[in-house]
Design a protein around this ligand. Structure first.
Ligand code: SF4
Length: 352
């Protein structure tokens, strides 16, 4: 598969080189335009999104790259660092998650980290070039007291000059506003999959619960980080349906993480076969076209991708990665490997 991907990549590079020569002037004029910071709603139908999925892959990547260059610098990549501030023992039963207390996965239930530990990790992330520091807690929904602790962390991380993002589960009325007042930049709350597949992977909450928290976040004028996971047994139609829902949020998310399932031992999805990397590339391209101004993050599952497959994801419009050796409890490529890859591709970290 590696040889096939490499050959494909060299053909595609040639294709894009021609594109580069023809469009470089226009690109310079548009990449830094003020419009690149705006987020407008566009109504997509499932049929339109599915039609994108059904395009030839080269054509789709070409279209996605064209859209990408209209709104983003083609050589910039956002580096985000993710720390699990409260690990394991989660009461939710997400079938893919080793932190759920419903499954015997070997992940220990740990208490909330203390503020000094969190700030030391944030400082290290900054020194390694991270632009955003994300903190995840394995809760169904935070209490007010837990939110007090998280707010202290947000303020400390902000003071280090990093963008902040937290993922804490469902928010009750007023909690998003408290986070906004604390200076939080992004709230992450993934849709995971389509509404009609959701009950196959989680039964302790509904899709509606998920959408309600996203609405709370948006009403508090926090930026939203909302994405999904592919490779959980969903159909292409269901992937298209999830992207339609994301793209029709008003506004659509400023940040869209796309994950490939990492089958975790002990979870109901432990035996799932990995998807072909082209399926991930295709999904990223569709996300880029449907949400042109969003930062699209190539998230969990990168350890299963060779360098060529990752390069294709960047060509398809991914412009953010998680940087660090673990994602909560899931493995991620080592920082040195990422540095080499970004250097080889001529990508440079986006500055704060
Ligand atoms: S994905 Fe989040 S909400 Fe679901 S079980 Fe894991 S930690 Fe809990």
């Amino acid at each position: 598969m590696q040889f096939f991907t490499r050959t494909f990549l060299s053909i595609l590079s040639h294709h894009l080189l021609i594109f580069d020569m023809n469009t470089i002037d226009t690109m310079e004029a548009t990449v830094h335009s003020p419009a690149a910071t705006e987020h407008t709603a566009a109504q997509w139908t499932e049929e339109q999104v599915l039609a994108l999925f059904n395009k030839g892959l080269l054509e789709l990547i070409w279209e996605a790259q064209t859209v990408h260059r209209r709104y983003h610098h083609p050589e910039e990549i956002e580096l985000a660092s993710l720390l699990s501030v409260k690990t394991g023992g989660c009461p939710e039963n997400c079938s893919y998650c080793p932190q759920s207390k419903h499954y015997d996965t070997g992940v220990e239930n740990e208490p909330l980290l203390d503020i000094d530990t969190v700030l030391a990790a944030a400082q290290r992330a900054k020194e390694h070039g991270a632009h955003r520091f994300c903190m995840g807690a394995a809760w169904r929904s935070p209490t007010e007291k837990q939110l007090d602790n998280i707010i202290e962390m947000i303020q400390g991380v902000k003071a280090l000059g990093l963008e902040t993002c937290v993922t804490l589960g469902m928010l009750k009325k007023g909690q998003a506003q408290r986070l906004k007042e604390a200076g939080l930049d992004f709230y992450n709350h993934n849709l995971d999959t389509s509404a009609d597949f959701y009950s196959e992977i989680i039964s302790t909450r509904s899709y509606e619960d998920r959408l309600n928290t996203i609405q709370e976040v948006q009403q508090a004028e926090l930026k939203s980080c909302v994405g999904g996971i592919i490779g959980m047994g969903e159909s292409v139609e269901q992937r298209a349906r999830m992207i339609t829902t994301l793209a029709n949020l008003n506004p659509y998310p400023q940040s869209v993480p796309i994950n490939q399932l990492v089958p975790a031992a002990g979870t109901p999805m432990a035996q799932h076969e990995p998807i072909h990397p082209f399926e991930l590339v295709r999904t990223i391209a569709v996300v880029r076209i449907c949400m042109p101004k969003a930062v699209v993050r190539l998230s969990a599952g990168r350890t299963d991708l060779d360098d060529s497959a990752q390069a294709l994801c960047f060509m398809a419009g991914a412009n953010s990665i998680f940087y660090g050796d673990t994602l909560l409890t899931t493995p991620n490529p080592e920082q040195q490997r990422d540095k080499k890859l970004l250097h080889a591709l001529g990508l440079r970290p986006r500055q704060a």
